[in-house]
Design a protein around this ligand. Structure first.
Ligand code: SF4
Ligand code: SF4
Length: 150
């Protein structure tokens, strides 16, 4: 796997944009688009199935579709292309550019207190970066690329 491609998937903080629900080229958005296509005009049938099949669960189709439409609309081009849509206070991308590093573990100040993340996210980022430092970015990505982010 090419390092440059991996940088389109892993943010400087180490989080996996590729599995983020907001990432437009991500698995969640792409699979949601496919499911939308497969469901076609299911709304009409969902209403009928409530009584026809005696399945009240189909009453929830409208809410489900709303969520599916949202997931299918992934609108983020990834951390290195635009400001993260989830973590508004993130300082890592701008900081990593200033420091001239691709990932935080390559920075002489790592681990720092300057991420803008909350405690949980900061710990996660440090843990990921330590793994990347230990086994290398390519090996780390190969290991986690198919794992869910959530
Ligand atoms: S930059 Fe933020 S919102 Fe965009 S894909 Fe990465 S984690 Fe998700
Ligand atoms: S100072 Fe902190 S946030 Fe900035 S690149 Fe270094 S480790 Fe990452």
């Amino acid at each position: 796997m090419e390092y440059d491609f991996i940088k389109t998937r892993l943010a400087p903080c180490g989080l996996h944009c590729g599995k983020c629900f907001a990432f437009k080229e991500g698995d969640i958005a792409e699979n949601s688009q496919k499911l939308k296509e497969q469901l076609g005009n299911f709304s009409v049938y969902a209403e009928r199935f409530v009584d026809m099949l005696n399945k009240p669960v189909f009453k929830k189709y409208t809410e489900f579709k709303e969520m599916l439409d949202y997931f299918a609309s992934g609108e983020c081009a990834g951390c290195r292309n635009e400001h993260c849509k989830l973590f508004k206070d993130c300082k890592v991308r701008a900081c990593s550019e200033q420091k001239g590093v691709d990932f935080c573990y390559q920075c002489p100040d790592f681990p720092c207190g300057n991420t803008g993340f909350d405690k949980h996210l900061n710990e996660r980022s440090v843990k990921i970066n330590k793994q990347m430092k230990e086994i290398g970015v390519v090996n780390y990505y190969s290991k986690i690329k198919d794992e869910p982010r959530y």
